[in-house]
Ligand binder design. Structure first.
Ligand SMILES: [Fe+2]
Length: 466
């Protein structure tokens, strides 16, 4: 909001301002004055500094903390064949490690050793899926490979529907003539028995995504209502320690043909200035985590690096604002020994391509995005098929879900949904953008203005509607 706009808001509330504070007054001051315990009708320098010094953080019964576990800072070199080989090797061996720890696959042999087996012998193998095709019986032939060779695997019709290229699977079955007849397909998944993140403090994390500042469909009033609610410090607002803003921060430009007709702010820097104004309202005791999405100014190919310093310059100077990559993993509230919860953030651009390749997800995941998130966890990968979204072959595959998260958040679909899978809180953070003309044509109905609030102590999820 412009300086004139802020002064006008004070005047509308019947509060006059001393001339000496006009230059430094901010929108956040407006909310703090409104929530102050005394009624104010004139704001001078002394009163303003008294209000500012009584920041809510002094009253907090908890101390926030954040440790970044995984953040892609940017590519250093051009990609060539060697990088592709290294990328796929990294993906294969890390996913294979998860599978080899599964009891069902403890006797797995390398594919190259199959030639020494006779027919009808029990066997377990682990391989990366090259492709699959359906045979007349309705079952599927799946071509899989590892670093020692390749083989065909025959799987049931239903099981085969879920298999996608480039995922890494275990198969249990019996040998045939140059084929394995699979009786069980094993995915990496996550174990039920593991260390679960915890904290004693009753502190909350709020999850938002797809703000799309600059779009004519963005409901700025909803962003401001959220900021106002946080600043009010009433109820759960007082207990918010973390705010996650998971991609599509700005609408951007040139994302699709005709987008210019859908913009109210055509300059991309000004779109981020609007976002910056929104974040500047939020109290500084809250840790704010910002990651990019496919509409943001960084490269489209995932992993996407953090928003650069020339974007939202003021925010980059703030200790409590953390610009991270997409995807990213952080541990929050971990200042006490043995405490802290791991949060995996992924914007979700691979969703459309992945969902389209599996009949069950194609039918159900747009209504229930968490269904796709469960599927990603089972495969331990955020974009299982190379090419269904734009991926950059870095020296390691940043989209492998290596450490098991306590909270997994994804945006992109603009559909709000929360669920739980094996103790992992799943959050499909909604949007602050109303239905766009593009979504209308595609039949997608967003559900804007719903914000998930996770109690880090109990893991209960509440929904804040703005
Ligand atoms: Fe979006």
């Amino acid at each position: 909001m412009s300086k004139n706009g802020i002064v006008k808001r004070f005047m509308e509330e019947g509060i006059t301002l001393s001339p000496e504070i006009v230059d430094s007054i901010s929108e956040r001051d407006f909310y703090k004055v409104k929530e102050f315990e005394e009624e104010i009708d004139h704001l001078d320098k002394e009163t303003l500094s008294r209000i500012r010094s009584k920041d809510k953080c002094e009253e907090k019964e908890f101390e926030t903390s954040i440790t970044v576990e995984k953040c892609f800072e940017g590519a250093e070199k051009e990609k060539d064949v060697d990088e592709f080989v290294q990328y796929f090797n990294d993906r294969f061996f890390r996913l294979k490690d998860f599978l080899i720890n599964r009891v069902e696959l403890s006797d797995a042999v390398s594919i190259g050793r199959l030639s020494s087996y006779s027919e009808k012998e029990d066997v377990s193998i682990i391989g990366m899926v090259e492709n699959k095709y359906k045979v007349s019986s309705g079952r599927w032939i799946v071509n899989v490979e590892d670093d020692t060779g390749s083989t065909k695997v025959l799987v049931d019709e239903d099981e085969g529907e879920w298999i996608v290229s480039d995922e890494v699977l275990g198969f249990k079955g019996v040998t045939g003539d140059d084929i394995v007849f699979s009786s069980e397909v094993v995915r990496p998944d996550v174990p039920l028995s593991r260390d679960y993140g915890e904290t004693d403090d009753e502190v909350y994390a709020a999850f938002l995504s797809d703000l799309h500042f600059g779009s004519k469909d963005t409901l700025e009033n909803k962003a401001m209502k959220f900021a106002e609610w946080i600043c009010s410090g009433s109820g759960i607002a007082e207990k918010i320690g973390y705010v996650f803003l998971n991609g599509d921060i700005a609408e951007g430009i040139g994302n699709y043909p005709g987008q210019e007709d859908d913009l109210v702010v055509e300059d991309v820097y000004s779109q981020y200035d609007q976002f910056q104004e929104f974040v500047e309202i939020l109290p500084e005791h809250i840790q704010i985590i910002v990651t990019p999405g496919n509409h943001d100014v960084v490269r489209m190919a995932e992993p996407q690096p953090p928003l650069p310093e020339k974007i939202c310059e003021n925010l980059h100077d703030k200790q409590n604002v953390h610009f991270l990559s997409n995807p990213a993993t952080v541990k929050i509230h971990d200042s006490k020994e043995g405490e802290g919860l791991r949060v995996l953030l992924y914007h979700g651009y691979s969703f459309d391509g992945h969902v389209d390749s599996i009949p069950d997800l194609r039918e159900n995941a747009y209504e229930d995005p968490c269904r796709c998130m469960v599927d990603y966890i089972k495969r331990r990968h955020l974009a299982p098929t190379y090419g269904t979204s734009l991926l950059s072959p870095e020296d390691r595959d940043y989209l492998v879900i290596d450490k098991v998260p306590d909270i997994f958040v994804m945006g992109h679909t603009h559909g709000f949904n929360v669920s739980n899978y094996k103790g992992i809180n799943l959050i499909s953070s909604g949007t602050l953008q109303s239905q766009t003309s593009f979504q209308k044509r595609m039949g997608h109905k967003p559900d804007p203005g719903k914000i998930a609030l996770v109690n880090l102590s109990s893991r209960d999820v509440k929904v804040k509607e703005v």
